[in-house]
Ligand binder design. Structure first.
Ligand code: FES
Length: 344
């Protein structure tokens, strides 16, 4: 068994015989950006600082001869030949490196689907290069000065075609949400981003509990989808707080995730409706739902007050502050629409 060492953090990941570097990293929760997984796109390219590897078949357009000479390799096809392979990955704290934000990136609105009476899902396809982002990040959308640019979390994990999904809530005084919801399929939309550090910790090797309210489900879904697809094997429980049954979305995708991944469990709780239990706000029912949160990583996203109340409830149930990740949204008639926050 070879060892992959991450530079500059020094973290080490085992690489079983015959495994590619990408597969070994993913098996241990250390994601790398990737797309084709077949040596044709170059998305998984990293610098190898030390050790030998079999590069396998990779097209020159994905990894040029000059890049090979500089020590770069495409990790979706690379297999270690030496006992230790040291690659450049993330920060000294073993956090993923963020992609530089782009400005005015053109997209076409390809679909607008009313998910609930309050929330519409917008589907955008890139007209140029796809946007590179980490699940959990957000972009700015708008049309200043009429519709100031506001933050919207991307609701899906990165896809090969670059498609992005957003959940837009029509807000009473939200000029940007009103403008967005007036767009029609075929319209061009320009965005800035990605931004944000609500991207999860790749070294998490514990059960995960995700707590969302309203459109706070967007970053949670992107993180969950990405983690499950890369083979995260610990239990993942997603709790969505909704006013009524009609506000629970997207039921089809959540049902699919439950059937596809035995370790994923979805729970909805209703705060206004009489429907079947569970009912009540997440901070009030959390103890009954999950018991203790000691040794559990917790992700919280939604309106600011919801996030703060839920954070307190999690701490009371034994959650470790360093394993609590939160993304509070601020209403559009306030200063902005979302804060950039990391783990704490
Ligand atoms: S993911 Fe496309 S070359 Fe590796």
């Amino acid at each position: 068994m070879a060892t992959i060492r991450l530079y500059p953090s020094g973290r080490e990941v085992p690489c079983p015989e015959g495994s590619t570097v990408l597969a070994a990293l993913e098996a241990e929760g250390w994601a790398l950006p990737n797309n084709c997984r077949a040596g044709t796109c170059g998305e998984c390219k990293v610098k190898v600082r030390q050790g030998e590897f079999d590069q396998g078949f990779v097209l020159d357009m994905a990894l040029s001869p000059a890049e090979r000479a500089e020590g770069y390799g495409a990790m979706c096809m690379a297999k270690p030949l030496s006992d230790v392979l040291e690659i450049e990955w993330g920060t000294i704290d073993a956090r993923p490196l963020l992609f530089p934000p782009r400005r005015d990136v053109p997209f076409t609105l390809v679909d607008a689907i009313e998910r609930t009476p309050a929330i519409t899902e917008l589907v955008l396809r890139p007209d140029e290069e796809p946007l590179r982002y980490w699940p959990g990040q957000y972009v700015h959308l708008g049309n200043p000065p009429d519709a100031p640019r506001r933050a919207y979390s991307i609701a899906n994990a990165p896809r090969a075609d670059g498609e992005l999904h957003f959940f837009v809530t029509r807000e009473r005084f939200g000029r940007t949400s009103a403008w967005l919801l007036d767009r029609r399929p075929g319209d061009e939309l320009r965005l800035d981003g990605p931004y944000g550090a609500f991207i999860g910790d790749p070294s998490i090797a514990t059960p995960v509990v995700c707590l969302a309210a309203g459109s706070g489900l967007a970053p949670i879904l992107a993180l969950t989808d990405a983690a499950l697809r890369r083979g995260f094997a610990h239990p993942v429980t997603l709790v969505l707080s909704a006013r009524t049954e009609a506000d629970v979305y997207p039921r089809g995708l959540l049902a699919h995730l439950e059937r596809r991944y035995g370790n994923f469990h979805f729970v909805r709780t209703l705060t206004r409706d009489e429907g079947p239990p569970p009912r009540g706000r997440i901070p009030a029912i959390l103890a009954d739902l999950v018991g203790t949160l000691a040794g559990v990583a917790v992700f919280i996203a939604g309106p600011e007050a919801f996030v703060e109340d839920t954070r307190r409830a999690c701490l009371a149930l034994g959650a470790d502050p360093s394993s609590l990740y939160r993304e509070p949204y601020v209403p559009q008639d306030d200063l902005g629409s979302l804060s950039v926050l990391g783990p704490w």
